[in-house]
Design a protein around this ligand. Structure first.
Ligand SMILES: Cc1ncc(COP(=O)(O)O)c(C=O)c1O
Length: 384
């Protein structure tokens, strides 16, 4: 079976983990610090023109933790932080549910917004009318590594805090700005489907020093220094085992990205499907190779897509659905603001969405198998 994705590991990762075990130092020490500084350095070097001031990259246990900390540190009047049950936060409705959950768990209301038909990221014009006096922040998701047009979102929603969920977008850029840094705060995930992986893991990113200090305390039980508790906080620390994996994976990032981009170019050129598109001035990392299928002549879009998934699997190709429609999930329908509204683009992307295998370990023979299988089973979807 040609897997949808596979981590790109070698003996280097095994060695790094073995060294941590031998060191006896297991939680948030030198390896986590090395992973954080490698990330901050990489982002500073990637930016063109160069960034003004430092990048703060703070490792945490999961990408979801990083989102929760981003929501908990939305800057408020009078030096306060976070959101309350009086606040609303705009969230694109096509996503893994974590960004919406982070808002719910903070007690605020997630206000769902439709996505753009080409990029599958938040539609700035759909966001504009959803802003009220209660809106405290907007979350933009770089869908599958394609940068959300954060400047367009800012122009539409005004001076709100923008949290960039760049879970999938390490290595992508928008008009020279690295994804993760296009908003006021950003996050990465290192889940195994992401461009680099630490098993579980996440990174909080900001260029705001005060916000970074707040997150440093929050992620560690609310301690500013060991034993000094300044606020209530979770334990969201990253372990040294994960930090060591991350530091090694960062050394491979350039190779991983160039391989992903080459494979994506090859598959996209060979298969005339409706592929995800990046906005003007964007460079994507191709974390996922996704397309939206056209409405079939018989049956529903979901039936046609699911039949194709089964056929591809039988041909040895592990394809999958793309994502989820948050407006169909009970935890988001529980908020009156999300009920009775329509999200036509999201429905189309979620019902017709298909992800094909793409990972740096794929061989030319694997690519040929994927191309042949799609050609054999999805002719109906070509050129429509
Ligand atoms: C867009 C997005 N945000 C957040 C997350 C959560 O990341 P994690 O699994 O590291 O908690 C994911 C995970 O798949 C994601 O795709």
């Amino acid at each position: 079976m040609i897997r949808l994705t596979r981590p790109f590991f070698s003996d280097d990762e095994s060695l790094a983990v073995t060294e941590v075990l031998a060191s006896g130092m297991l939680i948030q020490g030198a390896r986590v610090a090395a992973f954080e500084s490698a990330t901050a350095r990489y982002l500073s070097e990637l930016a063109a023109p160069p960034l003004d001031g430092p990048v703060h990259a703070l490792a945490v246990a999961t990408g979801t933790n990083a989102l929760e900390l981003a929501v908990a540190t939305v800057p408020r009047a009078g030096g306060a932080w976070g959101v309350t049950d009086r606040d609303e936060v705009l969230v694109p409705t096509v996503s893994w549910p974590s960004p919406g959950h982070a808002v719910c768990l903070a007690g605020a209301t997630p206000v769902l917004v439709d996505v753009d038909l080409d990029t599958w990221c938040i539609d700035a014009e759909a966001a504009r009318p959803m802003v009220t006096a209660r809106t405290a922040a907007a979350i933009a998701i770089d869908q599958f590594g394609v940068p959300a047009d954060v400047p367009a979102l800012r122009a539409a929603v005004g001076p709100l805090d923008v949290i960039e969920d760049a879970a999938c977008a390490l290595g992508s850029t928008l008009r020279g700005v690295p994804c993760g840094l296009t908003g006021d705060a950003g996050i990465y995930s290192y889940h195994p489907r992401k461009v680099i992986t630490t098993g579980e893991g996440g990174m909080f990113l900001t260029r705001d020093g005060a916000r970074a200090e707040r997150v440093k305390a929050l992620r560690n039980h609310g301690q500013s220094t060991p034993g000094t508790f300044v606020c209530a906080g979770p334990n969201a620390r990253m372990s040294e085992l994960h930090g060591a994996l991350g530091a090694v994976q960062m050394q491979k990032l350039a190779v991983i990205l160039s391989r992903r981009r080459a494979l994506a170019d090859e598959l996209r050129a060979a298969l005339p499907l409706r592929w995800q598109r990046a906005p003007d001035g964007a460079v994507a990392n191709h974390q996922t190779l996704g397309c939206v299928l056209p409405t079939p002549t018989h049956g529903t879009l979901v039936e046609a897509r699911d039949a194709l998934l089964v056929a591809l699997r039988a041909a040895g190709v592990e394809a999958s659905i793309l994502s989820y429609a948050l407006h169909r999930l009970p935890q988001f329908q529980a908020y009156a603001v999300n009920r009775g509204r329509r999200f036509p683009v999201a429905d189309r992307v979620v019902d017709g969405g298909l992800a094909l295998p793409l990972h740096p370990g794929m061989t030319s023979a694997d690519v040929a198998v994927v191309i042949d299988a799609v050609r054999a089973h999805a002719q109906w979807a070509f050129g429509r």
